[in-house]
Design a protein around this ligand. Structure first.
Ligand SMILES: *[C@@H]1O[C@H](CO)[C@@H](O)[C@H](O)[C@H]1NC(C)=O
Ligand SMILES: *[C@@H]1O[C@H](CO)[C@@H](O)[C@H](O)[C@H]1NC(C)=O
Ligand SMILES: *[C@@H]1O[C@H](CO)[C@@H](O)[C@H](O)[C@H]1NC(C)=O
Ligand SMILES: *[C@@H]1O[C@H](CO)[C@@H](O)[C@H](O)[C@H]1NC(C)=O
Ligand SMILES: *[C@@H]1O[C@H](CO)[C@@H](O)[C@H](O)[C@H]1NC(C)=O
Ligand SMILES: *[C@@H]1O[C@H](CO)[C@@H](O)[C@H](O)[C@H]1NC(C)=O
Length: 582
């Protein structure tokens, strides 16, 4: 009896070790579409890359020891010289860097991606452009190589080195087709590509990833389109070229035709942790089956995977609150590099000249040189002639920027359902008609909610609350409110807050008098969900413009510069199931 009791006592800890782990999705909240991830054994670290389309810097690399705390450690596309001229000449809102694949091979981290320009407009590279980058140090922007350029026929390139040969990697792309890529020349062979698998009949078999396990090549794809029908399908073959046998129980992961709050589940990647357990990451949108309010767009979610020898993988369905086997790696934030973790608030004072711009702040395309700089007076924005809508070109569906050279805008992802974002505009005195500096809830140039401090045609310094949304959207009236006399030339705090899970309040106060706060406008988050930004998610940020005044590339006399200080973003709550906020 004594021995049994002793054994029981010894067994208890083992039982609790084996307990299922619990975590909350999304693990990478905010706009993080198309995650591709790996586990780097030598440093016991997971890495993920996600899509950024025309935002810049592009293709963030997140690193984690525990799959929950992710640190933003670099951007693969981080300098204009990697793709000279390309960014400004990319006009479409959903063009740019699509669906990267991140892999480790031969002591290097590799990222393959597809850059989509609009195919016209005289840019250097047109149509579908494959870009392959590598680094030995994923914690350094500068170490990411210039790209090897190649010309695939389809989007969403995978990268797969077959362990049984050391030749050029295989690149499977949308449809699903297969070629091999010469790493030096960018040549793809054979031409035309081999057809591997057309999926199970849904639209857009895409986002392929190949895995080799137990003598099989597994081909996992996204199918059904990236909206409510999105799903993950799998097939396998003994030979990489096929024939691929589809799994009888496809899809292996989806939330379609469910009432789940997490919808559009799909486009994922699988990887193994240090203990040999399998995991997956994919994208999802938090919008419920009605799918009207999901301003954070496509976010990255984590799910456990069971994959027995010779068997098909079993992916645990995506929910906000996950519980299951295997247990997570031990919590740790021991990650090198100087970027923020995904859950960190922004506390940026911007009072030091020349300090680097925080890694989690993004532009819409490469900014003009000198447009956004840190100075002792604040983060300086030199106004662009383009406002955040930009210039509409007759006959073109989306506005472009190249004629007026760039857009003075910088923002961060909305990463929480409920949050508070404030930033101080220091001593702004717009002199010319059209001058405006403000905050914006920005999805695309055609979907944004703005609160500006502007000089309008009546030559009165005013707050202007204004929404840009596609025709037919229930857009509230533009509101213009004179800036109180005593506030003019003072430091004014602009606020974007969430009174509840479906609305934004845009407010202003005199920084020296918090009680002076006035809410200028309230907007429905459905106005920045989907629309012209089906692949992106909201960025919260600031802009400075002269609203097209003058001619050429600059505002008249350089325009009225704006200085910004005390940038704060704090998460206040995540909706993880319909009407459940934690
Ligand atoms: C960008 O587009 C403009 C307008 O079409 C064209 O004049 C210019 O040459 C292009 N720039 C590059 C670098 O291709
Ligand atoms: C996929 O469909 C195309 C077009 O119908 C066809 O040519 C190709 O053989 C199919 N591929 C496979 C693997 O069945
Ligand atoms: C795999 O397929 C290729 C192309 O059809 C063929 O040349 C090769 O012999 C096959 N390999 C095996 C092991 O069946
Ligand atoms: C742990 O998770 C697995 C599914 O991954 C489930 O079958 C099992 O019942 C769970 N165990 C407990 C104790 O919750
Ligand atoms: C959310 O807040 C907005 C703005 O205050 C309000 O119009 C709306 O009715 C609120 N929604 C709910 C469900 O309370
Ligand atoms: C934005 O700029 C364009 C010119 O580039 C102008 O036509 C438009 O009126 C501006 N929008 C606002 C709200 O001032």
């Amino acid at each position: 009896m004594k021995l049994l009791a002793l054994l029981g006592g010894l067994l208890l800890p083992a039982v609790s070790l084996a307990a299922n782990s619990t975590f909350l999705n999304p693990v990478l909240p905010g706009w993080h579409s198309d995650p591709s991830c790996l586990y780097h054994k030598a440093s016991s670290t997971f890495f993920c890359a996600t899509s950024t389309f025309i935002a810049f810097p592009g293709i963030p690399i997140y690193a984690s020891k525990d799959l929950i705390n992710w640190k933003l450690v670099s951007h693969v596309w981080n300098r204009e010289s990697q793709l000279p001229g390309q960014s400004w000449n990319t006009t479409g809102q959903m063009d740019g860097m699509y669906a990267p694949t991140l892999r480790f091979h031969d002591e290097k981290f590799w990222v393959v991606c597809e850059y989509i320009g609009d195919g016209g407009g005289g840019q250097i590279l047109t149509g579908l452009v494959g870009v392959l980058f590598w680094t030995t140090d994923p914690y350094s922007d500068a170490s990411w190589s210039d790209p090897v350029i190649f010309y695939p026929n389809k989007i969403d390139p995978d990268l797969f080195w077959d362990s049984s040969d050391n030749k050029n990697p295989y690149v499977a792309t949308q449809s699903v087709i297969l070629q091999q890529l010469d790493l030096q020349s960018g040549n793809l062979t054979p031409q035309p590509a081999l057809s591997l698998w057309n999926g199970t009949g849904g639209v857009w078999p895409e986002g392929p990833h190949l895995y080799k396990k137990d003598g099989y090549y597994y081909l996992m794809i996204a199918e059904g389109g990236t909206a409510l029908n999105h799903a993950i399908m799998i097939s396998r073959a003994r030979n990489i070229t096929g024939p691929y046998e589809p799994y009888a129980n496809n899809p292996i992961l989806t939330n379609r035709k469910t009432r789940e709050y997490f919808q559009t589940v799909g486009h994922g990647d699988l990887f193994q942790d240090g203990a040999g357990n399998w995991w997956g990451m994919c994208l999802a949108t938090r919008g419920g089956p009605d799918w009207k309010v999901y301003p954070m767009g496509r976010e990255a979610v984590l799910f456990p995977v069971t994959w027995e020898e010779g068997q098909w993988p079993v992916l645990q369905p995506v929910r906000g609150r996950m519980s299951g086997w295997p247990s997570l790696p031990a919590p740790s934030k021991d990650i090198p590099g100087n970027g923020p973790f995904n859950g960190d608030p922004d506390v940026y004072d911007f009072v030091t000249a020349g300090e680097p711009i925080p890694r989690n702040l993004m532009y819409w395309r490469v900014p003009r040189p000198g447009a956004i700089t840190t100075t002792a007076k604040g983060l300086q924005l030199v106004p662009s002639r383009n406002n955040v809508t930009g210039q509409m070109i007759p006959g073109k569906p989306t506005p472009e920027l190249s004629g007026q050279r760039g857009m003075a805008f910088i923002g961060r992802r909305q990463t929480d359902t409920l949050f508070e974002y404030t930033v101080d505009l220091v001593g702004f005195r717009p002199g010319m008609v059209g001058s405006e500096a403000g905050v914006t809830v920005f999805l695309t140039q055609l979907n944004h909610i703005d609160l500006g401090v502007a000089m309008l045609a009546d030559r009165e310094m005013s707050f202007r609350f204004r929404i840009e949304a596609p025709p037919g959207a229930p857009v509230p009236e533009t509101k213009v409110v004179p800036v109180p006399e005593a506030w003019r030339g003072q430091t004014i705090r602009l606020h974007v807050t969430t009174p509840n899970t479906t609305h934004y309040d845009l407010s202003a106060s005199l920084t020296s008098d918090p009680a002076s706060k006035i809410t200028v406008g309230t907007a429905w988050a459905g106005l920045v969900s989907g629309g012209t930004g089906p692949f992106t998610g909201v960025l919260l940020g600031i802009f400075n413009t002269c609203n097209g005044a003058g001619q050429g590339e600059e505002c008249p006399d350089g325009g009225d510069k704006a200085y910004w200080q005390r940038w704060r973003y704090t998460g206040k709550g995540q909706e993880i199931a319909m009407n459940e906020v934690v």
